[in-house]
Write a protein that binds this ligand. Sequence first.
Ligand SMILES: Nc1ncnc2c1ncn2[C@@H]1O[C@H](COP(=O)(O)OP(=O)(O)OP(=O)(O)O)[C@@H](O)[C@H]1O
Length: 595
Amino acid sequence: MSSLWRLNKYLYKYKGYLLLGILFTIISNIFVMIPAQLVRIAIDYVVESFSFYQMFEQGGGAENIRSAFLDFIFVFGTLILAMAFLRGFFLFLIRQTIIVMSRLIEYDLKNEIFEHYQKLPLSFYRKNSTGDLMARITEDVSRVRMYFGPALMYGINLIVLFPLVIGYMLTVNVPLTIYSLLPLPVLSISIYVVNNMINERSEKIQRSLSGLSTFVQESFSGIRVLKAFVREEDSSQNFEAVSEEYKDKSISLTKVQSLFFPLIMGLIGMSTIITVYVGGNQVIEGAIGYGVIAEFILYVNMLTWPVTSLGWVTSIIQRAAASQTRINEFLDEQNHIQSEENLTLDIEGAISFNHLSFVYPDSGIQAIKDISFSIAPGESLAIIGTTGSGKSTLANLLMRMYDSTSGDIFIDGKNIKAYDISHLRKNIGYVPQDVFLFSDTITNNIGFGLDEIPQEVVEQAAKDADVYQNIIDFPKGFNTKLGERGITLSGGQKQRVSIARAIAKDPAILLLDDCLSAVDTKTENVILNALKGIMEGRTSIIISHRVSSAKLADKIIVLDDGHLVEEGSHEVLMAQKGVYAELYEKQTSGEAMEE
Ligand SMILES: Nc1ncnc2c1ncn2[C@@H]1O[C@H](COP(=O)(O)OP(=O)(O)OP(=O)(O)O)[C@@H](O)[C@H]1O
């Protein structure tokens, strides 16, 4: 429950809606109370006038009484109708305030969570699955909205209506009030229990439905493999099995749902019978008029829905509190990667790593072990090493996706921790190992790092990344959409678009993380030669496990299991006949064999 306190700021923000909602609830309930009293007065009047009528029927003058009686009934009928209209109008206004408020809070909360997600470091995304992140911003927020919307609306109604109706009933007749309200607590508790059963089963259905859709999605996206291996029949059988599970769960939910209305009806019926019985006895004793029975039946009916909603509201609040606890867990996550001085100096590109070590916090793997080296502005450096030697980790540290465990990185003589993080990242053109392009046009993908996207910059970047010709060969050229509903680029084309995206922002430092692995060595050479012009005048770091990418670099460092084992130019390292020379021999002779 306490998790929901955090959201009070939103209630404060939308206090206007809330206060109006409360006011409208009070007014609408007054229009519920008055008709019941009108019914009592009308019935008592009817009973009285009927006895008068019988008296006058024998003595004459009955006609006058009859017409006065009809006029009276007509006025009462009209009044009751008018009250019903007014109540309807205020019910409309309650929804226009409280439910609208809940939608506004839902919108704000989603934005708050998304904004917070964006601020969190890469390690957060490693720890939590995408499905979990999505569930908290969608399903959990929806449950919290139910608390601000229906739960609050019925809750306020309950708080207003109960004292109003029960207080009034007690002033009319205490024993009748107690007897007629007896079944209501049972109703509330039963609804709570049934509702929890419904929620539990609905959640199971939800899980089974997501299993079903994952299965269907995978079958269709893997349809080529499915057909090629002639597994259609097998796949249909599996679908039937998953589908059957869904069906069984749905039927079990229907069973519980079927209990819901008979239960309400039964308990209301019980209240009515008790009211008629106890009230009837009192009428016989002459303690009350007939009208009171009718009035009390109306009150009991009036209280039924709020009492029913009490069980429902309690379970909504419980679910909302559980959801908010999950949301708070993420909102409380802090990003420890902060800038110390927010420097936004122009960056020239001198980089030095000073006794750098790094242990991944989640896995405890020491990926970098006491590494020191430096690059002059405008120089190019190749980082070579086998799989898992720590190359990408160095890139992550330079981008401040993680902070080193010990040792420092300096850019232009200043510790990278001093730079404003956005400024630092804007100055690095990063080409990640796993290419990721958005489902958008090629122009927007290449211009992704720019606030404004000049077409000539995009085209020049495409030329420099040697993908221009491919793009203009598409019917829609640079406006070609990529992704699910668009065109699928080949692996090599994707990598080149990704390179174009990095160079389009004209960065001081270019960081290519093994991005040429999907292309053959020939294309790799073509791209690297095209990049030569781009690399001139800016510091470039080329990470690769292939020596062919390293040849062009001014300087090469070789990593092995997190250690820097060799450093120098291609010629120097070849002459050393160490790890690099061995790797070179192995890779070039491998290529010769392939040919
Ligand atoms: N996010 C992470 N959390 C925990 N451990 C990681 C993480 N990323 C990498 N590692 C580990 O750190 C070590 C170095 O990984 P890194 O990705 O830097 O290697 P790499 O040299 O780039 O390899 P490759 O050429 O295969 O990309 C590996 O042992 C890897 O398992």
